[in-house]
Design a protein around this ligand. Sequence first.
Ligand SMILES: Cc1ncc(COP(=O)(O)O)c(C=O)c1O
Length: 401
Amino acid sequence: MSTRPPMSVPIARTSLTEAEVQSVLGPLRSGWLVQGPKVREFEDKWSAFTGAEHSIAVTSCTTALHLSLAALRLQPDDEVIVPAFTWVATANVVEHLGGKVVFCDIDLNTFNIDAEELKKKITPRTKAILPVHLFGLAADMGAISQIAKEYGLWVVEDAACGFGSRYHDKHVGTLGDTGCFSFHPRKAITTGEGGMITTNSSELAEKLRRLRDHGAAMSDLQRHTGARPYLLADHPDAGYNQRMTDLQAALGAAQMDRATDIITERQSLAKIYDEAFKDLDWLKVPAKVDGLEHGYQSYPCLFEPARVRAAVEARDVAELKSINETRNAWMDDLQKAGISTRPATHAVHMLSFYRQKYRLKPEDFPNAFAANDCSISLPLFHGMTDSERQYVISVVRGSRP
Ligand SMILES: Cc1ncc(COP(=O)(O)O)c(C=O)c1O
């Protein structure tokens, strides 16, 4: 007979204030449900918080990445360099436009793209780099921007997890040609589904605004508040419908009023975990890098780091598989104790579509493979209670498999 755990802690939990819930009633009562004044307000608040010159709200981070590459005019067979350890969407958008995904291995310390490896992937067909600020830690943007400049490449930042993440005082998403954010419920700010593109280029911003809205030269809001609302806009581009609704933006805009509190709370939770686990040599907590401010979209750890590094060094796939089995057994124990965990994310080159299309083996990107099999994210979310946090700490500390 199974016993119920004393507490159940999810990997993430959406926490909204009453004011945020109430704010969604605004568009419902006004009747303006589609992209309108609330989207504009959310975009303005996003620009103010990140320091980006332009923010363009869309339906998801995936569509933000897709629109960015479309606006930059990615052509079929153009190559785009993507880290091998990221959410599959980062690579999928390249496929959607007929481009070729060129995977690059990661640094196992940060889980982010390895800038040294990146340089080796450049060919005459390379058009863009898609660095990911994974889990809220900025990628090595100094090195990446330098490489991009040297080879004339675009940089589209995948900042899906990057809210509150800074690279030497600059918010991520403001360092490349565009930055793309996600508002999925596992992110610090959520609109259910949703995304935001940031850019400092007025030309790109204009193009992105058109492309998200069927290619229209003028938005519905501009037309309705302009002198001749009865005339339809011209459509200079064959665009898409990737507009965020005002219902979603009302929720996002309201959460932006406590953006700093949300980030501070997540950072202080991470600090408590860091302190609680610092003596565990079998669990490596998220990296801290000078000059980078972590936004802690999640709390990704590496299980048995010394064994993992030795196995990667020796290209010992069997040893990595053995560590993976122990990690999975540990995740099972934690689940039985009521604590939800996840692998930090997946190695995209190991997913069957990419493995088969590009004929890849797991060990082609050994660090991504190791991160796939040996990482574990612990519950971390704003609104987490003291007792939930203490429970996670005591169970993790007492449950080495
Ligand atoms: C690194 C990364 N890129 C892209 C995405 C896609 O975001 P969305 O679900 O908003 O399309 C995610 C989602 O988790 C992600 O983690």
